[in-house]
Design a protein around this ligand. Structure first.
Ligand SMILES: Nc1nc2c(ncn2[C@@H]2O[C@H](COP(=O)(O)OP(=O)(O)OP(=O)(O)O)[C@@H](O)[C@H]2O)c(=O)[nH]1
Ligand SMILES: [Mg+2]
Length: 447
């Protein structure tokens, strides 16, 4: 990716996050509703995540996390990469107990790096471990998975789990100084074979790097000119150049795009959380709003004697309903978007809302006719007017209810219109809503 492309990605991500933040900054100032302390508390962390994601973008910090079982040399790898022993590393099991981070300014880089060093995956217990791993993977832009030999079952499972986080991953084969060349080669080939499932490869071959982060001292024979022979221990420098170069290449070629993507992913998640919590906490008020609109729309359509006004009035009511919901939630939806959303609901529902149009027109015409008739000649026609009106009102109200539910679903998805196909949403809702009960309920209210 060219630098300008990457800058462009950064800009887009930044703009998106800034917009979200400026919207939520006014979160406490719902214009129609008093601030809700419970809600504010519930979304505080998500707002923090949003801010954090933006900060990270602005500082150009890439997070690289180490993962692996205990004593594989995770901390040693970070030390070797930055060329300083900033992290404790040692032969005891469980030297690193909690995730720790260290900053690194790469030589050529336009970005900063923050290494996150984690405890061994087998060191901490079940639930806590899963949470820690998930949290770190979520924060990371790049993962270094450190092994020091053939892969174990636990390692394989951890790799599979990490695959779900959709973060780029480099498999680091550390401690190669402990193996003769032949063995090292064999292990390397075995590591490549973890991709045996071609349809679902964990990594590509060139994502495996062989290093020695902290080679053990080796005995060296020293022969003096006088024939005396002694042995002394010599420590070789770390061999991590291949890994460092690989990381630097990634940072240069796609660092900023990676950063943008991850920030957006985090923002999306945070916004979804905010929307979900808001919807949950405002549930009662929302139900009341939907129900009120449903009733008024049904009543208005039933009582209105002019056929086409039913339709126009109905549409206005639907729009107002969507806007009221958005207002109640304080979620980022403008009038323009409300209109777009309404159109989507109408068009995507195809047959369903076409049903409303057709039945409203047909019944509306009948109603207009029987209403007119009854005035002049036939008092019995008033009964027809009445039952038509109830039916028509029921149908109109039912659709208002569906529109309300659909709007809720949309808002819950964090108001990102893209990938959420409207027809899917409609389908979900129609599966949820039981039309008979509802029309029944409406009829009850109308009588
Ligand atoms: N021979 C050899 N030993 C290494 C190498 N890298 C690390 N070690 C040793 O392996 C041991 C564990 O290293 P650490 O970096 O503490 O491993 P870790 O994965 O961070 O371990 P925990 O934090 O306990 O999970 C230390 O004694 C290191 O000196 C290497 O490349 N070669
Ligand atoms: Mg460690």
């Amino acid at each position: 990716m060219s630098p300008s492309q990457q800058d462009n990605h950064l800009q887009q991500a930044r703009a998106s996050l800034q917009q979200a933040l400026s919207w939520y900054a006014s979160f406490r100032r719902h214009w129609n509703y008093p601030p809700n302390l419970e809600l504010q508390g519930a979304v505080r962390q998500d707002l923090q995540t949003l801010k954090g994601a933006l900060n990270k973008l602005e500082q150009n910090v890439i997070r690289i996390a180490t993962f692996g079982l205990v004593s594989r040399g995770k901390s040693a790898v970070v030390n070797a990469l930055i060329g300083q022993k900033l992290l404790d590393a040692g032969p005891l099991h469980g030297v690193t107990q909690w995730p720790k981070s260290v900053r690194w300014t790469p030589p050529s880089g336009k970005v900063q790096v923050e290494f996150i060093d984690t405890p061994g995956l087998d060191e901490i217990e079940g639930e806590t471990r899963a949470n820690m791993a998930r949290e770190v993977a979520y924060q990371a832009d790049l993962i270094l998975f450190v092994v020091s030999g053939d892969i174990t079952r636990t390692e394989y499972e951890a790799l599979r789990e990490l695959q779900g986080s959709q973060k780029p991953l480099i498999l680091v084969f550390n401690k190669i100084d402990l193996y003769p060349d032949q063995d090292c080669q064999e292990i390397y080939q075995q590591l490549q074979s973890i991709n045996s499932d071609q349809n679902n490869p964990i990594l590509s071959a060139n994502e495996i790097v062989r290093i020695a982060a902290d080679p053990q001292p080796i005995p060296v024979r020293v022969e003096y000119p006088d024939g005396k022979v002694t042995e002394k221990w010599e420590t070789l420098p770390p061999q991590v150049d291949e890994l460092r170069n690989k990381i630097l290449t990634i940072l240069n070629q796609e660092g900023r795009s990676l950063l943008s993507l991850n920030a957006l992913m985090q923002a999306k998640q945070a916004e979804e959380n905010i929307a979900k919590k808001t919807l949950k906490i405002r549930q009662k008020e929302a139900e009341a709003i939907i129900w009120n609109y449903t009733k008024s729309k049904a009543l208005a359509v039933a009582l209105n004697p002019i056929a086409f006004l039913d339709l126009i009035g109905g549409a206005i009511a639907d729009l107002a309903l969507i806007r009221s919901l958005a207002q109640l939630y304080g979620l980022p939806i403008t009038s323009y978007e409300a209109g777009k959303l309404w159109k989507k609901i109408i068009f995507s529902s195809g047959g369903l809302l076409l049903g409303e149009v057709v039945s409203l027109v047909m019944l509306g015409l009948g109603k207009t006719a029987s209403g007119a008739l009854s005035l002049f000649e036939n008092p019995a026609a008033l009964t027809t007017y009445g039952s038509t009106a109830v039916m028509q009102g029921g149908i109109a109200g039912y659709y208002a209810y569906i529109v309300g539910k659909a709007a809720q679903e949309y808002l819950e998805k964090g108001c990102s219109w893209g990938p959420m196909g409207p027809s899917t949403v409609m389908e979900n809702i129609i599966n949820q809503v039981d039309p008979d009960t509802l029309i029944y309920r409406l009829r009850q209210e109308l009588y």
